[in-house]
Write a protein that binds this ligand. Structure first.
Ligand code: GLV
Ligand code: MN
Ligand code: MN
Length: 487
């Protein structure tokens, strides 16, 4: 059987390359117990009731809103996601925001102070989760933004802001249901292709069917109405758990994000000859599962040692737009989902489908990896006489965060940590993000800035995900300081 795949050219021009940098400046580690040094008078100024106790309680409450009984799962517009959106909406209203749900299920809360300019600051994160998720991914950013705004409301400063502020709880960042991430934020940024509405989930329901089920009347004609005008937006800010171990290792609760790695998601379908497990001799099989296994191991080899497979010294002199060294430093590849048909112990599978998630800060390097993977797939599938199809389901280029927003976030984080500890913590660290965020989609609309919050063991996408209560507090204080100082 012939193998077949989309062909990817490795030598395209780069739009937005970020060097691999993890910049960590000098600082004094802050322990989990730092806040115990705070005097009671000072503590009251730091709104622990709103920014810590209530914020933590809300994150835990949201963590119980799930489609599954024994683990956390909320995918795009699932019943659990709708319940979570309703809950978030009540918190937004409690913070003095006017709320609504848009045509892609994003939950908005906005304050329009009387003498404010037209340009609004958008702050957000996502309300969906992965399967068997932790409760802080997405929720921490939404809750800390709402809590910081609530502090401004109770202190009477909300109406004196110079810009409108809008919190958005995005309906889809994880892309679990449709394998196409950022459905909500991409619609707002105006970069969601209309064809996305026809993508189907595993049960055959399309994005548009799911919207209709939820009484959201978005279609090919009116999708573009969800797009915000760049002139109406000041910028986008997101708080998110780090999902990695650096902050814990340096003993600090907050960091500023320099940029976000680009990513591609592929769906690979391998078709062979379905047959009887007891009767087809080994030499006569065209087993797609064994071919898939070989493909997966070859992907691991390629991504562990890209320098053994690709070179940036092309014979035509045009292939040097990426650095194999920077690619090697940031490249990660994952097969997270695999299914076989018909999936029975006494049947040689007829076909196998698996996903591939490829990330690196080097966009051209990512193309080169996909090109090489495609070549290897041809060879393996030809040798094994199975057919292979590689489909590209999602692409997002690497993103650089705005240096102006970053320096404002950095001083807000510094101020928050100084207020909490009474000490000079030195420079706030600057990190790269390997995880994807709504900020990637929002960067097509406006400048973006992000704050990372320390999480235990760097663990995320797992029920083990955990953020210290004092770090939730620090995140809220930092956003409060950012709003007060810059708006
Ligand atoms: C989202 O968490 C992603 O990076 O996949
Ligand atoms: Mn996330
Ligand atoms: Mn996530």
């Amino acid at each position: 059987m012939a193998s077949q795949s989309t062909i990817y050219e490795p030598c395209r021009s780069s739009s937005n390359l970020i060097p691999l940098i993890i910049v960590v400046f000098m600082f004094h580690p802050i322990s989990a117990a730092a806040s115990t040094h705070i005097s009671d008078g000072l503590k009251n100024d730091l709104f622990p009731d709103i920014l810590k106790e209530e914020a933590v309680a809300r994150i835990y409450e949201l963590g119980k809103v799930s489609d599954a009984d024994s683990y956390l799962e909320r995918t795009f517009l699932s019943p659990g996601s709708v319940r979570a959106g309703n809950l978030i909406s009540t918190w937004m209203a409690d913070a003095g925001l006017t709320t609504w749900v848009d045509g892609l299920g994003n939950v908005h809360g906005r304050i329009e102070p009387p003498n404010a300019s037209r340009k609004a600051l958008l702050i957000g994160s996502h309300l969906d989760t992965v399967v068997d998720a932790g409760m802080f991914d997405g929720a921490l950013g939404i809750v800390s933004a709402i809590s910081a705004i609530k502090v401004l409301k109770v202190t009477g400063r909300l109406m004196h802001l110079r810009h409108p502020v809008e919190v958005i709880a995005f309906s889809d960042e994880e892309g679990v249901r449709f394998q196409s991430t950022f459905l909500g934020s991409a619609a707002i940024a105006g970069v969601l292709p209309v064809s996305t509405l026809q993508i189907a989930d595993k049960s055959g329901l399309t994005v548009q069917n799911v919207l209709k089920e939820n009484l959201l009347d978005t279609n090919e004609e009116n999708l573009s109405l969800l797009k915000y005008e760049p002139e109406s937006v000041l910028g986008y800010v997101e708080v998110h758990i780090e999902q990695g171990p650096v902050l814990e290792s340096v003993g600090l609760p907050l960091a500023v994000v320099k940029g976000i790695a680009g990513q591609t998601r592929l769906k690979v379908t391998v078709r062979g000859s379905q047959g009887h497990a007891g009767t087809v001799p080994m030499s006569m099989r065209h087993d797609p599962l064994v071919a898939a296994a070989e493909l997966i191991v070859s992907l691991e080899n390629l991504c562990k040692n890209p320098q053994n497979f690709i070179s940036n010294e092309g014979s035509d002199g045009h292939c040097n737009a990426f650095s194999v060294k920077s690619l090697s430093g940031s490249l990660v590849c994952t097969v997270g989902e695999i299914s076989t048909w018909p999936s029975a112990s006494n049947v040689i599978p007829g076909h196998v489908i698996f996903t591939v998630d490829i990330r690196t800060i080097d966009d051209i390097g990512r193309e080169a990896i996909i090109y090489e993977l495609s070549n290897q797939m041809h060879n393996i599938c030809d040798r094994r006489s199975v057919s292979c199809l590689m489909e590209r389901k999602h692409d997002a280029n690497a993103v650089s965060c705005d240096s102006g927003l970053n320096s404002q976030l950095k001083s807000a984080a510094y101020t928050a940590l100084k207020r909490m500890t009474g000490e000079d913590i030195g420079e706030v660290p600057v990190l790269m993000s390997g995880a994807g965020h709504d900020a990637m989609a929002m960067s097509h609309l406006t400048k973006v800035g992000m704050l990372f919050v320390r999480c235990r063991g760097g663990i995320s996408h797992s029920p083990e995900e955990h953020v210290l209560e004092d770090d939730v507090w620090a995140a809220g204080l930092a956003i409060q300081a950012f709003l007060e100082t810059n708006l």
